[in-house]
Design a protein around this ligand. Structure first.
Ligand SMILES: NC(=O)c1ccc[n+]([C@@H]2O[C@H](COP(=O)([O-])OP(=O)(O)OC[C@H]3O[C@@H](n4cnc5c(N)ncnc54)[C@H](OP(=O)(O)O)[C@@H]3O)[C@@H](O)[C@H]2O)c1
Length: 409
């Protein structure tokens, strides 16, 4: 094997198994925290070491997710500061929680993947020796669980990324590098939300309310619900997004701009304000029945919008149904009128990322062409900041976005 150069241009690389000393990466630094378009900048850094159980992946394309909007803003978590407190020495963040690429180097004790394998990655990392996992717990819910490319450094916005072997899954062969890179974080998360919380899994005939139906999570969720015979109803903020949801299989869509009861609930002792809020929530519920074509409430509500919508989600959810939440885009105060929760025996369930099994299963559905990863737009490497700014401003195209790293198309 010939000795590699120190650094290669994007798209160029040494022979398989040979690793350069440095790489191009799109970095966030603490002094650049703020608007995503300004927070990311391409710099040259050392390629990270590959430890036991890890592989180095040559990144062909990377997926764009909401989490690195938060990383760029430095809120609600200063990801660099948090890692430094835990002992890390790097003063930068390389984000990116989705990739498609080629296994370029393999550490000791790696199993399940080999040099040259084409892979996609689930961004859920855990410590396989953690006591809760050894005692049979779900690794995705382990105290050791972290999101790679957000909480953990050396994500996919770089020429090379380091991941643990169990995070890798075979890249669906029929997909381009960009399509393969765009889906895992949203698809696996939506899959766990809809099928991971027994007995509240989607059954044939179940109405399911999907917030942000044209978003990353929503576009996959609509298809998953339809695939098992459920009835997805999407919430969106424009007719164009509504039509997009219809093409994916939604029964119908609701334009949330027609309602104004969003935000935190009034105090339950304030009767006038409560009655105004209830009439807004009831009107939204009537619209749901209209779109569904029958007077049934959603058995499952797929939540991620958070503070603005959670009171309505809990109100509207069917008796003994479930609101399953994986994010809080509009804020973290989830107001619950507890009477709806206990009297109608509803479940409010937190859900985060996914297990390796869930990632593999949703990847199989994508590989079989049953679920479309919904690649909407592909950006060049130097527009990573722009892609995140569009998400931040809710001006991004419907579906999931990707960035070309080493791939030309
Ligand atoms: N925990 C996890 O594992 C995990 C995984 C993936 C994502 N997430 C989180 O989930 C959230 C959504 O992610 P995503 O990838 O689907 O993002 P996305 O592609 O931006 O979609 C989110 C959708 O939310 C809708 N929305 C925006 N403001 C809203 C409001 N005030 N009320 C209701 N809906 C609103 C928008 O649709 P309309 O404007 O058309 O309504 C938007 O399309 C983010 O906060 C993300 O961090 C968590």
């Amino acid at each position: 094997m010939t000795a590699p150069q120190d650094l290669y241009e994007l798209g160029d690389a040494p022979e398989l198994g040979s690793v350069p000393r440095q790489m191009y990466a799109s970095l966030i630094r603490r002094e650049r925290y703020g608007q995503p378009v300004d927070a990311f900048r391409t710099e040259v850094v050392d390629v990270p070491p590959v430890r036991r159980g890890q592989v180095l992946v040559k990144v062909m394309a990377a997926g764009v997710n909401y989490n690195n909007v938060w990383a760029a803003l430095g809120q609600p978590l200063d990801v660099i500061g948090a890692r430094q407190k835990a002992g890390a020495t790097e003063d930068f963040h390389i984000g990116g929680s989705d990739l498609s690429g080629v296994v370029w180097a393999v550490g000791e004790g790696v199993s399940g993947v080999r040099l040259g394998d084409e892979v996609v990655v689930l961004a859920c990392r855990w410590d396989e020796s953690a006591e809760d996992i050894r005692l049979g717990g779900d690794p995705a819910a382990s105290v050791s669980q972290r999101v790679w490319g957000y909480e953990e450094n050396y994500g996919s916005f770089a020429q090379f990324a380091v991941v643990d072997d169990y995070m890798c899954h075979p890249k669906p062969a029929r997909l381009s590098w960009a399509s393969a890179a765009c889906y895992m974080a949203t698809a696996a998360t939506a899959y766990r939300q809809l099928f991971g919380w027994d007995p509240h899994t989607v059954r044939p005939g179940d109405p399911v309310l999907v917030w942000g139906g044209a978003g990353g999570l929503g576009s996959i969720a609509i298809q998953l619900v339809r695939h098992v015979g459920g009835i997805p109803v999407a919430v969106v903020s424009s007719p164009e997004r509504g039509e997009f949801c219809m093409r994916l299989g939604a029964k119908g869509w609701i334009d949330r701009r027609e309602f104004d009861h969003w935000g935190r609930m009034p105090d339950t002792t304030d009767e006038a304000a409560m009655s105004r809020w209830l009439s807004g929530a009831r009107a939204f519920g009537r619209r749901f029945w209209e779109v569904l074509g029958e007077r049934r409430n959603p058995r499952i509500v797929l939540e991620h919008s958070g503070a603005d919508t959670i009171p309505t989600s809990i109100y509207l959810c069917d008796n003994a149904g479930m609101v399953v939440i994986c994010g809080g885009t509009t804020g973290y105060n989830g107001d619950v009128d507890l009477r709806f929760l206990w009297m109608r025996q509803k479940r409010l369930q937190g859900s985060h990322v996914a297990s390796a099994r869930e990632a593999r299963e949703v990847t199989r559905l994508i590989d079989q062409g049953i679920i479309d990863p919904c690649l909407s737009r592909t950006f060049p490497f130097d527009e990573i900041g722009l892609a995140h700014q569009l998400i931040h401003d809710n001006r991004h195209p419907a579906g999931n976005m990707a960035v070309l790293v080493n791939a030309a198309e």
